[in-house]
Design a protein around this ligand. Structure first.
Ligand code: ZN
Ligand code: ZN
Length: 177
């Protein structure tokens, strides 16, 4: 996924639209089992900066935070970002200053503006911290490890209660009753 800078430079100040349809697994190691991604992006060159805005729609494989089963999850997000175009550097530029500048900014150099890493980070940020395969997923029994969506188990309903009872007994011992 890239934008050819001479193309948007030839239309300075205008937004040029691009669309990419990719298979996520072919692009990103960390989304290897995932589906497709659609990226719509408009890019505009101002002389020193490239502004991009658009949205992504992706189908990724997530792992349920309760039952640990993989499931397909749809992600959608809008974005707007400004990248600084780094021109040819002169000998007068202090290397330390330049290193800091590059580290603190989204930068582009050369004729091709690659969007891959930006899109990858956007996907990572858009993912839910604790995804659920379905609302109300029952998860895995903390006592015997059974997948409670598929079967029930014979563990007591609430393991917390067991702990409470043990703690109560401990309390009795400590207080000498
Ligand atoms: Zn689940
Ligand atoms: Zn159980």
């Amino acid at each position: 996924m890239h934008i050819y800078l001479p193309e948007i430079k030839s239309k300075t100040g205008e937004f040029v639209e691009y669309q990419f349809d990719i298979n996520l697994g072919e692009y990103f190691d960390d989304f290897s089992d995932s589906g497709n991604l659609k990226l719509m992006v408009s890019a505009s060159y101002s002389g020193e900066e490239v502004i991009i805005r658009g949205n992504i729609e992706a189908s990724i494989t997530a792992v349920c935070s309760r039952c640990l089963e993989p499931f397909s999850q749809d992600l959608k997000t809008d974005f707007t970002e400004v990248f600084t175009v780094i021109k040819d550097l002169t000998a007068e530029d202090n290397p330390e200053y330049l290193a800091e500048k590059v580290a603190n900014m989204l930068t582009i150099s050369g004729d091709f503006f690659y969007l891959d890493e930006y899109v990858r980070q956007l996907l990572v940020l858009t993912q839910e911290y604790s995804p659920l395969c379905k609302p109300g997923c029952k998860g895995i029994c903390s006592g015997c490890g059974a997948d409670l969506n598929r079967s029930s188990c014979s563990c007591p309903d609430d393991n917390d209660e067991n702990i409470d009872i043990r703690l109560l007994k401990l309390k009795e011992l400590i207080s000498g009753n």
